[in-house]
Design a protein around this ligand. Structure first.
Ligand SMILES: [Zn+2]
Length: 304
């Protein structure tokens, strides 16, 4: 049986929110089987529990936010991507502010935290979202779609009309039966044009953004010392975002995601349509050798 997973030990980290610029502390706790991923916004004596599920998604303008009872936790996607990519099913995450810290702009520090806490298999079968039919949503020319697929594959194309973006691949496809999320995707950082950053800051957004937690793009080059981590880092970051957004279905996905210029708003619209159309069934995997997602098996082997 492929088992559910949680973290072995409690672990804490701090950082600043990309948009708020405010310092936030996160504490990850191990959780019982079938808990799922739950955020707890801690406000003084008040504790507001918000499950990481599509129905709690509020604002999706520049990031994915969860909202409940008037409380918000924004920019959850990079953290959720790390949780999806390490196959963690159950975890409670305390957050003492309105925004998850940006860390280095990718998922890699969250992956490191989860690995440092240790991953523990639990005594219950892991559940998967098994896609049974294609579902597509569109907004102007942007597309987000899932298809049935015996594995987990993500194909993404961006289409930025800017000389710097045009120097690098704008399309990528990764089959996670052959490729590791941790190695190939988790390190891809968020990015933006320096010219847009000034406008965002004037509107009190991206206040925490700087060259240590994002790729800054000038008129004709990447401004970060050391350049990009991968030649296709921009499109890989969009994949990382989509993997985080997809985890709001509540379990790892067996299927294919296809995105063309998709972002958080369209990804969330897709999730809601997947649920409305009942385009999946929940399955368990009896034999680990039958698991169609290799990175999960690879993780188990590392643990063994
Ligand atoms: Zn992102």
């Amino acid at each position: 049986m492929l088992s559910q997973r949680t973290i072995r030990n409690k672990i804490t980290a701090s950082g600043v929110g990309l948009h708020s610029g405010k310092k936030v502390t996160l504490t990850f706790h191990p959780a019982d089987v079938n808990t799922g991923i739950i955020f707890r916004r801690i406000e003084g004596d008040k504790v507001i529990e918000i499950p990481a599920l599509a129905k709690y998604v509020g604002d999706t303008t520049l990031s994915t936010s969860l909202e409940k009872d008037g409380y918000k936790i924004s920019t959850i996607e990079h953290l959720l991507s790390a949780i999806a990519g390490t196959g963690v099913d159950n975890c409670v995450i305390d957050c003492d502010g309105p925004e998850i810290p940006v860390m280095d702009g990718s998922s890699t520090e969250f992956v490191f935290l989860i690995q440092s806490a240790g991953i523990m298999e639990q005594d219950a079968a892991k559940k998967f979202i098994y896609v049974t039919k294609s579902v597509q949503v569109n907004r102007e020319d942007a597309v987000a779609r899932i298809n049935p697929y015996e594995g987990f594959r993500v194909t993404f194309t961006v289409d930025f009309d800017h000389p710097v973006y045009k120097k690098y691949p704008q399309s990528a496809s990764i089959d996670f039966s052959q490729t590791s999320f941790i190695r190939e995707v988790s390190r891809a950082r968020t990015f933006g044009l320096m010219s847009d950053l000034e406008k965002l800051k004037a509107n009190n957004l991206a206040l925490g953004a700087n060259i240590d937690n994002a790729i800054g793009i000038g008129d004709d080059e990447v401004l970060n010392e050391g350049g990009l981590r991968f030649s296709d880092e921009f499109v890989k970051h969009k994949m990382l975002d989509a993997i985080g957004d997809l985890y709001l279905l509540g379990h790892n996905l067996i299927g294919e995601f296809f995105g063309f210029k998709s972002g958080h708003a369209l990804n969330n619209e897709l999730l809601r349509k997947i649920e409305k159309d009942k385009a999946y069934k929940i399955i368990e995997i009896d034999e680990i050798k039958d698991a169609p997602i290799n990175y999960l098996k690879a993780m188990s082997e590392e643990l063994a």
